[in-house]
Design a protein around this ligand. Structure first.
Ligand SMILES: [Zn+2]
Length: 336
């Protein structure tokens, strides 16, 4: 469940191009269909952001790198294949609007951050004035999210002005430093150290929430365990990849438990997904077989249950058994 290297850059941001690239005359565009198509994408994104938030926030105490966040996801019309059509379909005059406020996040609790609500300012910046390409420009959305993170780090709160002149404000809480991104196409799930990127066709979107959370937890595990950087330092040999995959599998139930999910849902995920997709791209020989993987995951559950009963949390930073030396290659890297 991890694409290697360069793929991550290509897979950036929401490229919801397919239904929006029509070059025909405006009169022929079915805006209701466009709006419905965008809505379906946003429903899946909401699901991903809700689960991602719960995992990243619930495990913040154990992550080496945390950031202040309000759980707000933006959208930028410039990232669509046909920005003008997307704008018209959503009834916007500007390019930026609310995409999601993650369930239970400060943005959701603050109220006001409703889907498709048009944004005029993020703190001191009007993101609509940042130059963008003609279409499929995902970089400006990244810039806006970076700006939000910077404001939250420096000022401890963010004021957002909407197109109707009203404002909403939210104070952040610490979360594990990972962004969750939904791809408008494809059935892959990848982690690149800073992001978890999942394709809208990934089968687990149809699973029960705690089971779907399993795949998000697996990808988040790669990031919080520093796998991408470790593999860069130590080489992406089959043995190394297999070890990092096994660690990501075994950490899944820990991350689920701290997020308030049943840790055994990670086992269910591997059985439900693995038994049907084990011949696919994600199960090449760098992984163990899905039944073996499910057993490794199940092996973690008793210790997690014990810790949850005694301490109310599953401190994986202390108790999780590593299969790689996390510091491996650091000295060599410094000498280079
Ligand atoms: Zn993986």
């Amino acid at each position: 469940m991890r694409a290697l290297g360069a793929a991550a850059g290509v897979l950036s941001a929401a490229l919801l191009a397919a239904p929006l690239t029509a070059q025909s005359a405006p009169a022929k565009i079915d805006y209701a269909a466009e709006r419905a198509s965008i809505g379906r994408y946003q429903d899946s994104d909401q699901r991903l952001q809700d689960v991602g938030w719960q995992l990243a926030q619930g495990n913040a105490a154990f992550c080496r790198k945390v950031v202040p966040s309000i759980g707000l996801q933006l959208q930028d019309m410039a990232s669509y294949g046909a920005p003008a059509i997307a704008r018209a379909a959503l009834g916007l005059s500007r390019d930026f609007a609310v995409q999601t406020a993650a369930r239970g996040s400060p943005a959701a609790l603050a109220g006001g951050f409703t889907r498709n609500r048009e944004i005029a300012r993020l703190g001191g910046l009007d993101p609509n004035t940042v130059p963008a390409g003609a279409a499929m420009d995902w970089q400006r959305l990244v810039t806006a999210h970076d700006h939000v993170d910077t404001v939250l780090s420096r000022q401890g709160s963010l004021a957002v002005s909407f197109a109707d002149g009203s404002q909403a404000q939210a104070e952040p809480v610490p979360v594990c430093a990972t962004r969750f991104e939904l791809l408008g196409a494809g059935d892959t799930a990848v982690a690149d150290g800073a992001r978890v990127v999942i394709g809208i066709d990934f089968p687990a979107f149809a699973y029960d929430e705690p089971v779907f959370a399993g795949v998000v937890a697996h990808e988040l595990a790669h990031n919080v365990l520093g796998h991408d950087a470790w593999l860069d330092r130590n080489g992406r040999t089959r043995k190394h990849v297999r070890r990092t995959e096994r660690e990501a599998d075994r950490l899944m139930p820990w991350l689920l438990a701290n997020a308030g999910y049943d840790p055994a849902a990670a086992v269910t995920f591997m059985k439900q997904w693995g038994s049907r997709h084990d011949a696919g791209l994600l199960m090449w020989r760098k992984h163990d077989g899905w039944d073996e993987r499910a057993e490794f995951i199940a092996g973690e559950v008793p210790m997690i249950a014990d810790l949850m009963a005694r301490e109310g949390r599953a401190d994986w930073a202390t108790h999780f058994r590593r299969e790689i030396d996390p510091a491996g290659g650091l000295v060599a890297a410094r000498k280079r």
